[in-house]
Design a protein around this ligand. Sequence first.
Ligand code: ADP
Ligand code: ASP
Ligand code: MG
Length: 426
Amino acid sequence: MKNSPFISAAVLLKELMALIVAKFGGTSVADVARIENAAGKILRELERGHQVAVVVSAMAGVTNQLVGYCTEVSPAHDAREYDVVVSSGEQITAGLMAMMLQKMGVTARSWLGWQIPIRTDGIHGKARIVGVETAEILKRLQGGEVVVVPGFQGLTDRGRISTLGRGGSDTTALALAAALKADRCDIYTDVDGVYTANPRIVPQATKIARISYEEMLELASLGAKVLHSRSVEIAMKEKVCLQVLSSFEDHIGSDLPGTIVTREDDIMEQEYVSGVAYTLDEGKVTLVRVPDLPGVAAKVFQPLADANINVDMIVQNVSSDGKTTDITFTVPKADLEKAADTIKAIKGLKYDDLAISDNVSKISIVGVGMKSHSGIANTMFQALADKGINIQVISTSEIKISVLIEADYTELAVRALHAAYGLDEE
Ligand code: ADP
Ligand code: ASP
Ligand code: MG
């Protein structure tokens, strides 16, 4: 494990009575036996004197199936009805979890998103939580009841059901933990913590004992799907102690076996690079030979913003002839065609060619240690060059460097960078 744990508030909580939010992901509640396993962990927390609110995902595969039904009806289905359909997976697990706890002799009750309510904005399919009403559930928790909440779903101000975007149950858990002022939020999943890279791609990845909110937020935003990025944002803003741990091992959250996500100051040793992330979710757009004149970039990017298309990496070359230049940028793959159509519709925009590609991946390295060290980027470029991997676009911020490469080289690049920064397990 990277950086060894030391005594902190979180560790002391082992001994004290605490209010814990425990979230179980899809594989951890994939069938009744696994729900029983998860319920057993809650029971053990209760026996240690803790209060527990539980957040559950849909059973593994269920949300995909529900999304599939919607697409089968129509790829252009109504987003409000999509939310009615896909939010149902979590409802099933919440009821089953409450039943299972009751069977074990625990007083438990499920509370759906609209019953609490968990209030969201009205952006169906990727709503943001704006508030959680806690008075009733807090009273129940204090009375020794276990409160079971389905993840992923909320209620808009128009009284309709919303969902938080794929992976959004983590965000329900963190929003609930923040609203309840919980002592800790445990995210039970199918890996025993946050690793230096996705352990399914990099077998040499090592588990990180403690990671800062800032780094975790970058990793999650750049593709490490172990946590929904919005959940980390909430944890950071509301200073929630967050742990990622496995539901398949004997430990329970209060043993603190997983990765603790915490403030940078709470971490003793700091690596220059803490982790490598990748995403295949972005596509590339290139505008060839646009006029090199003031206002051209605004002319391109304003309509994309108006169309709600999230532009990420952008490069524009210095014009070689003083007349024209190329502009390349990335957008979510799902919006690639829409981006091309939006550009084609811009009146008065001149260019020689418009090329789109979905055969790209974005590889990123993340580390707060980068702030104070030079040469970090060059290690990245050299490691990729040594493998013959061409870099198409580069973007940097204070604690991350991302490159866009051909998708076929994704795994090779992630492994090469992992090794180049000394992250491979010895
Ligand atoms: P859940 O269904 O419990 O929410 P997810 O599939 O959403 O689980 O997230 C867990 C998965 O995240 C792991 O199985 C792993 O493949 C993936 N993952 C990606 N990057 C990382 C990382 N850096 N550390 C740990 N797991 C990672
Ligand atoms: N069930 C939802 C999904 O699969 C939310 C989640 O599990 O986090 O995306
Ligand atoms: Mg998840």
